[in-house]
Design a binder for this molecule. Structure first.
Ligand SMILES: Nc1nc2c(ncn2[C@@H]2O[C@H](COP(=O)(O)OP(=O)(O)OP(=O)(O)O)[C@@H](O)[C@H]2O)c(=O)[nH]1
Ligand SMILES: [Mg+2]
Length: 367
């Protein structure tokens, strides 16, 4: 008797203290449980190699439930009003019955104050909506790493039933190129009268945009914004469109007053309406997945190569030879690869199963 009553209590205590299994996480995400989604993202973001298998198993389980969201990217220089814009757009979408997830790519972790705090305060309204989910990117890490986790986080959010994913990034470096590679529709926010150079907006970023929005078109800024619209439309006119068959609209908006936000969303809807039937979105996503695969191969190759003990040892010697003994870098690189290949061949001979020495899985505790 006594044992029977105490057993469930023990089990529930144990359950409370152990982390959820991959299966439980997958189930929780599918239910749209935001706290389970948060934990799932934390697992994906973990840089510890021992979490990697679980993270990938979780993703694999959830893959069939991904792909149904509208994927939007928003970029623009710091302070252009991205977060405020997303807050207002998000509220508009929630009112229309959508579920919105907002993510951020921020490889510039050293920015004082960090955009994490800023985004918390500037997406205040959206942040307290049950139909919304806001997740800043982890600070630090390489752009490739941050972008990879953002991409995987996006998939988790889709599996959790969010039907609009908005990713924000600061348009000052390479992060907007990474973002372009993971969204369907790419929005560039500009300020009127700041001058293209001042805004740090390069022609390359303009060329990636599916829509250009002159933001903060309120109060005294309105007239200037009208003029800027004409100028931007003119410069876009001479560029190849980012999406074949789609002419990027240039519109005015204010995240503060909400003016132009509805029109902006109407353009997004028109984009899908026009492109989806002809397979334009599917083609873009297939190409993005191919590119992602390609990027991961490159990343994995570099990581494995650099981590190999023979490479590490030989590299130091060869570096010295290049610096002090006039060895040409090309010959040094060849010597390094030959040493690596010889080590792999040797390992294969002595233990065929462990020929992958230096790989993530065979050295789980090495990072
Ligand atoms: N007048 C006006 N001010 C705005 C508007 N949108 C944002 N602001 C102000 O501009 C400042 C920056 O806004 P954010 O939304 O944080 O800009 P952001 O582009 O997300 O900034 P970072 O994340 O730091 O790159 C804040 O002081 C906002 O109150 C707008 O539509 N009109
Ligand atoms: Mg912001």
């Amino acid at each position: 008797m006594h044992e029977k009553t105490s057993e469930p209590a023990v089990a529930s205590v144990a359950q409370r203290h152990r982390p959820p299994t991959v299966g439980e996480l997958a189930e929780g995400v599918r239910r749209g449980d935001r706290s389970m989604l948060g934990r799932a993202i934390t697992l994906i973001e973990s840089t510890s190699a021992r979490h990697e298998n679980d993270a990938q198993e979780l993703l694999q389980k959830l893959m069939p439930f991904t792909g149904k969201a509208r994927r939007l990217g928003i970029t623009g220089v710091p302070g252009v009003g991205k977060s405020t814009f997303i807050d207002t757009l998000g509220m508009h979408l929630i009112a229309g019955g959508h579920r919105v997830a907002v993510l951020a790519i921020d490889p510039t972790s050293s920015r004082s104050g960090g955009s994490i705090l800023g985004d918390k305060t500037r997406m205040g309204r959206l942040g307290s909506e049950p139909g919304a989910f806001i997740r800043p990117s982890p600070s630090g890490g390489t752009l490739g790493g941050v972008a990879r986790r953002t991409r995987e986080t996006m998939l988790l959010c889709e599996a959790a039933g969010f039907d609009v994913i908005v990713v924000e990034t600061v348009g000052v470096g390479q992060s907007e190129t990474a973002l372009r590679g993971m969204v369907d529709y790419f929005l560039l926010l500009l300020l009127a009268g700041a001058g293209d150079d001042l805004q740090g907006i390069k022609r390359g970023i303009m060329e990636m945009a599916d829509a250009v929005i002159i933001n903060k078109a309120d109060g005294d800024n309105r007239l200037k914004a009208e003029m800027a619209r004409g100028e931007q439309a003119m410069s876009l006119h001479y560029m190849a469109p980012a999406t074949p068959g789609w002419t990027p609209p240039v519109t005015l908006a204010s995240g503060l007053t909400g003016e132009g936000i509805q029109e902006c969303w109407a353009e997004v809807e028109r984009f899908y309406r026009e492109l989806e039937p002809a397979g334009g979105i599917a083609t873009r996503r297939t190409e993005q997945a191919r590119q992602w695969f390609e990027d991961l191969i490159r990343e994995e190759l570099v990581t494995r190569f650099r981590r190999h003990p023979v490479v590490q040892q030989q590299r130091a010697i060869l570096e010295e030879a290049v610096a002090r003994q006039g060895l040409t870098p090309i010959r040094a690189v060849r010597a390094l690869f030959e040493a690596h290949e010889a080590a792999l061949a040797e390992a294969l001979k002595s233990a065929p199963d462990r020929a992958e020495a230096g790989s993530t899985s065979s050295h789980p505790s090495s990072i």
